[in-house]
Design a binder for this molecule. Structure first.
Ligand code: 13P
Length: 249
């Protein structure tokens, strides 16, 4: 059985005090399913304090981005080793907001994925089409290219350590969710593309859905055969909502 994962991407939200409060609320929440892996991805400045609070708990820590370089003169960047030693296990790579506002390409994301894996971090690799691309019937072309590009050169062993997140850009922060059927179609397509890399491993890679996941739509999405959990933005900032989504796996 594939690992079920619900990850919260806090984006640029959360002072240290807010991080502490939210994490304490989440730790006090009741988890109904022990088989779901819960991950929170606060901003860099909150990672260290978060790792102390979460130490020994069922909640794992993730970062929202990292450099493609291991170390050196890259002002303002954060290396994978810095993340690992701060207690981070997961790292979101290639989020559409990084692609859109920071011109990240599949090639760059691919370099980050390889470095994350070398360092011992688990990459959560984001792919997803724009509304215009969906309307032009190009969803599979776009997502297929992102999957091939970001995973380029990965061995079956490496593929076994990644998580994919399908996040249709038009559904992020808009309140417009893909229907469970629409999402399932793309997830099945992504899994088919993973088969091109390695048939056996493709069946083991968790593929999360992201884009306006809320307590009232999570169950329908999570019930789909190729949806292995979710990557949650806005609703992960409210402990009750995030717990409800986790408990809907
Ligand atoms: P929302 O859940 O706020 O739409 O954000 C989704 C997202 O971008 C998670 O990475």
């Amino acid at each position: 059985m594939r690992q079920k994962i619900v990850a919260g991407n806090w984006k640029m939200n959360g002072t240290i005090a807010e991080t502490e409060n939210l994490l304490r609320e989440l730790l006090a929440g009741k988890l109904n399913n022990q088989n779901v892996k819960v991950v929170v991805c606060p901003p860099y400045t909150s990672l260290h304090v978060a790792s102390k609070i979460l130490n020994g708990s069922h909640i794992a820590l993730g970062a929202q981005n990292m450099s493609e370089h291991a170390r050196g003169a890259y002002t303002g960047e954060i290396s994978p080793e810095m993340l690992l030693t701060a207690g981070v296990l997961y790292v979101i790579l290639g989020h559409s907001e990084r692609r859109q506002y920071h011109a990240e390409t599949d090639q760059l994301v691919n370099a980050k994925v390889k470095l994350a894996l070398q360092t011992g971090l688990i990459p959560i690799i984001c792919v997803g089409e724009l509304l215009s691309e969906r309307e032009e019937g190009r969803t599979e072309t776009v997502v297929g290219k992102q999957v091939a590009g970001t995973l380029s050169g990965l061995t079956a062993e490496a593929l076994n350590k990644v998580v994919i997140a399908y996040e249709p850009v038009w559904a992020i922060g808009t309140g417009k969710t893909a229907t469970p059927q629409m999402a399932q179609e793309v997830h099945a397509f992504i899994r088919d593309r993973l088969m091109a890399i390695d048939k056996t491993t493709a069946g083991k890679v968790p593929i999360l859905y992201g884009g306006s996941v809320k307590p009232d739509n999570a169950l329908g999405l999570h019930r789909q055969p190729d949806i292995d959990g979710s990557l949650v933005g806005g609703a992960s900032l409210k402990a009750d909502d995030f717990m409800a989504i986790i408990n809907a796996v």
